[in-house]
Write a protein that binds this ligand. Sequence first.
Ligand code: 26W
Length: 826
Amino acid sequence: MTENRVNGTVSVTAPQHSVEGFAKEFLRELNFGQGVPLSRASVNDQYLALARTVREYLMARWMETLRRQRDAHAKTVAYLSAEYLLGRQLDNALIATDLTEIVEEALTSLGIDLATLREQEVEPGLGNGGLGRLAACFVDSLATMSVPCIGYGIRYEYGIFRQTFVDGWQVEQPDTWLSLGAPWEFPHPEDAVTVHFGGSTETYTDDDGVTRSRWVPAWDVLGVPYNYMVPGYQNGRVNTLRLWSARATKAFDLQIFNSGDYAEAVRAQTFAENISKVLYPEDSTPQGKELRLQQQYFFVACSIRDFLDGLPADFDLHRLPDVVMFQLNDTHPVIGVPELMRILVDEKKIAWDEAWAITQKCFAYTCHTLLPEALEVWPVELLGRLLPRHLEIIYRINDEFLAQVRQAYPNDELRLRRMSIIAEHPERSVRMAFLATIAGAKVNGVAALHSQLLRDNVLPDFSELWPDKFTNVTNGVTPRRFVRLANPALSDLITDAIGPGWVTDLERLREMEPLADDAEFRERFRAVKLANKQRLAGVLATRDGIELRTDAMLDVMVKRLHEYKRQTLKVLHIVSLYERIISGELDPASIPPRVFAFGAKAAPGYKMAKQIIGLINHVGATVNADPRVQGALTVVFPPNYNVTLAEKLIPAADLSEQISLAGKEASGTGNMKFALNGALTIGTDDGANVEIRELVGDDNFFLFGLLEPQVAEIQAVGYDPSKYYEENATLRRAIDLIASGTFSPDDKRVFEPIVSNLLTEDRFLALADFQAYLDAQERVDVAYRDVEGWTRSAILNVARSGFFSSDRSMWDYIDRIWHSQPVVAR
Ligand code: 26W
């Protein structure tokens, strides 16, 4: 890659897009970048050289994209997310630049196997689950759609923990993703931002005699940005992901060091670096830890400052809404609202009302949950101590808001108390979802049902006050990573049938519909699925020493471990099948053989979730070892489920388990990935399952279970799970088998907490939905026996799931919330 300076304009030409060109660049990078000759290069040397060579093919596009967006004065989406679950970067960069074949050949010519280098990459696990992966899909789509976007987040030194199993129990290991080098990041210490904390505020009279407040912080840290490329798919575009890393402003105190107190000398450094040290592994219950709030303010303060500093010096900030929309990925970045107000009022001396008008047009809020315990609230005590000026600003925002409510609903003190950003009980605290809703131009849920429940149950008062503020944007997934990259066999089959356009226009999959009736095409479709199963078997054998049979139905449940997602219900299905086989009631040969595959991490502090992981592994060990089952049932649970494993598991799946209690899963995105890869869904009418079922058709979806209104009804009148235990013999025998210690001979009562919870509380109605679930599973067995019928349904699932592209989600955000434009003109 070389820069040419011709008559003042700088153009950067990418290296040659050829086997020879790539081999030359790679060797130069290995020798001069890695500093080793090929003969002595380690696999890691070769991988790092490969990554740096590939990124050179993206550089020119990156610079070109930034230049065009600057010249177009385009409106930018600043996506603020505490999490990005990016997955491996190499293959995504290769398909985006259409270099895969060239690189394969170039490396082969040098005696190197691309597959070996591919396995060297450690994925950046900078997220927990759905929310983090969605952010990654969204930035991929915006780059491919040539829409200006900067993804802002945190460069955690340690991402989501690496999960290991010890005797079937989850044990967390630190995620040392940076230890072997990070070739995909570009540090820019010269753009560091100083972020303040603590201290107090004071009022003063400025030169124009205006009384003002200002923050007198106590300490500060430096935020150093690391840029990551977000390549568009074969459109010459590369957007930027800018992740912040914390450093001490004063790294090392030489005086103290010379005085011999070495630890004290670096204390400031360690203290500061702690801020971006590690990702909080919770994905639903905030721990309310001070460090978490420090993380949130740190990256938001860096991001807003960074964006404002990027504007022309004479930019009129009243026009800020024309050039940016800060999208809040849940409430985690909402402290950005008082931060922008602080800058506009305290630093830029803009009048409060004008500043508020600007702020309300610059922010929008996406809510990703329905669980009340997942809604963040920060104690006023903590917020006031860490960010005293921001608390003052929040109080004023709240006062002015309540004045508005009082006007709209005179003498309705209860409503004022319900809607106040400040909750009085159990302790005075700030309700971040309320702040986000009041400040946001728009508030959206992530699936039609979710957005409705958000209006009706989570924020009803606000929906009543501002009905037009609420909208829906159903989630989506990027077809580049989750079909084109993860399932090349299916991609080739589709492209063969309808051309390559579907990769960037997924609704084109509809053109495959007639092929569902084509026996030859169905044959080829089954061959693809079998090949993906064999590939998965190879991966699980080397990765975990797991033996996977490929001649059985692959029934997959992969997602974070949470009681509302009801992995317990899946276990009850397996145990009831096992119990009926060993009791002789069920002939194992009478059901299609099944492999039950699980993938799930539990938040380390979530005891019940870790219990359930233990139960799944203990049931699996027993069932897999029991000759009476004759292979009819196999349980596999590869540890450390992540994006890279998902890319191998999902294309191999026959059945997708989406069995959360109706009204609890905001959307789900795994459900979409399975449908797009030709798996049939067994699921409840929850989250985006509803929209998947509506699009693929009832005949191609195994629906079961209580509907959300019925759940609300049952929970209102009171639910006694033991009633189902008494009345349903199959259920009782399954639960009794667990309680008997059959799956835990060395510690018979170890799963007692799960059993007693199911019989006494069962908050997510697993017992109430048990029989309907079993009946649906029997429908699955019958359907699976009809090989042609199953394949036909699987093809229709693919053909009718184009709606679930994250590109479509982005068009919805653009139309309903952002009103930004792609910068297309070449
Ligand atoms: C502070 C603790 C915490 C951390 C993360 C609370 C809540 C979260 C996330 C909002 C949880 C999450 O990932 N939610 C998932 O978001 C997906 C993307 O919209 C949805 O598809 C899932 O249904 C939802 O559970």
